[in-house]
Design a protein around this ligand. Structure first.
Ligand SMILES: Nc1ncnc2c1ncn2[C@@H]1O[C@H](COP(=O)(O)OP(=O)(O)OP(=O)(O)O)[C@@H](O)[C@H]1O
Length: 307
């Protein structure tokens, strides 16, 4: 099957001489939610801007739905909807005017039924005659999405869709993105909120200093790089870890109140053996629990490893 987006050996050096992207290789599959994670300045916006035809690449090739972004710019661009980071809207237009205008920009014939569906999906139908200036920040973000969808693109880029958005609205946006995916739209999002990628993405790409460090299924990534911890809350603080417990791979917290055993998710720890050793050391514990690393832990670890 043809990839939704195919990026080959993509390089970008800005006029200043700064190299923002180095030899990026990436295939985005039709119908997936792909999250691009990376610290500030990693090159996320540069990559999106090149794919959307806003910035010129220095080398390499990008195909959107098998259309070359340079030699077949119109077809490639028509397949894409871009929701920018900044709210850039004509405040005095109504919602309906704004989405109709966006559709017209792509030379698409009027299709009020389609625009109605987009606005209804985004809970904007009731607001269609309202001037954008009168809408809340959250509603304005929805208008940005509606505008990006107005020309019926099959691929949607969301650059930091929930930056500065409150928790309730963020959850709403997640729901909305899932609905779009269920309608068959391929979604690529950049985010600083790792919990957002953890919640939504099918696959994750991590970018740093212009290099794509990895691209992996979220589940595989969390399984491969995730760790689990077994924690024992002691009844009384312990001054020093008994050697017998150290040989079981247990560590003592600084306050002497917690024993921790960290293990790879793929191994099953010998919990009865550990508890027996704790018992034999004459220790009493109040509580025991396990926790597994989040995507955030994995991400921080990856970024530190390559610093
Ligand atoms: N027009 C430009 N000229 C020179 N350097 C630029 C230009 N645009 C971006 N850069 C540099 O390229 C690097 C990548 O920037 P980019 O905006 O792609 O990063 P990002 O990952 O999107 O960051 P953020 O998460 O902060 O939005 C940064 O160091 C930035 O300063």
């Amino acid at each position: 099957m043809v990839a939704a987006i195919s990026v080959r050996e993509l390089d970008k050096t800005y006029a200043s001489g700064f190299t923002a992207l180095k030899s990026i290789q990436l295939e985005i599959r039709h119908g997936e939610i792909f999250a691009l994670l990376g610290p500030n300045g990693a090159g996320k916006t540069t990559l999106i801007s090149i794919i959307c035809g806003l910035v010129k690449p220095s080398g390499g090739q990008v195909l959107v739905d098998s259309h070359d972004i340079i030699t077949q710019y119109r077809q490639a661009r028509a397949a894409i909807g871009l929701v920018p980071q900044e709210i850039t809207l004509d405040s005095f237009a109504t919602v309906w005017q704004a989405v109709s205008y966006s559709r017209g920009l792509f030379g698409q014939p009027a299709n009020p039924a389609y625009l109605e569906k987009v606005l209804r999906n985004l809970s904007l139908w009731d607001k269609r005659d309202k001037k954008i200036v009168t809408l809340s920040g959250g509603m304005k973000r929805r208008v940005l999405i509606a505008k990006a969808l107005a020309h019926e693109p099959r691929i949607l880029f969301l650059d930091e869709p929930t930056a500065g958005v409150d928790v309730a609205l963020r959850k709403d946006m997640w729901e909305l993105v899932r609905r779009l995916r269920n309608d068959g739209v391929t979604i690529i999002l950049t985010t600083h909120y790792i919990e957002e990628a953890e919640e939504m993405a099918d696959r994750i790409g991590v970018i740093r200093h212009g290099e794509l460090l990895l691209v992996e299924e979220k589940q595989t990534l969390m399984h491969r790089l995730g760790k689990k911890q077994l924690r024992l809350q002691l009844a009384e603080p312990l001054a020093q870890l008994p050697p017998a417990l150290a040989s079981h791979g247990l560590q003592l917290s600084e306050d002497g109140l917690t024993l921790t055993h960290t293990y790879d998710k793929r191994e099953a720890p010998d919990v009865p053996g550990l508890l027996q050793a704790v018992h034999e050391a004459g220790l009493r514990y109040q509580d025991i629990h396990t926790q597994q690393s989040s995507l955030e832990d994995i991400f921080v670890h990856l970024i530190q490893e390559t610093a």
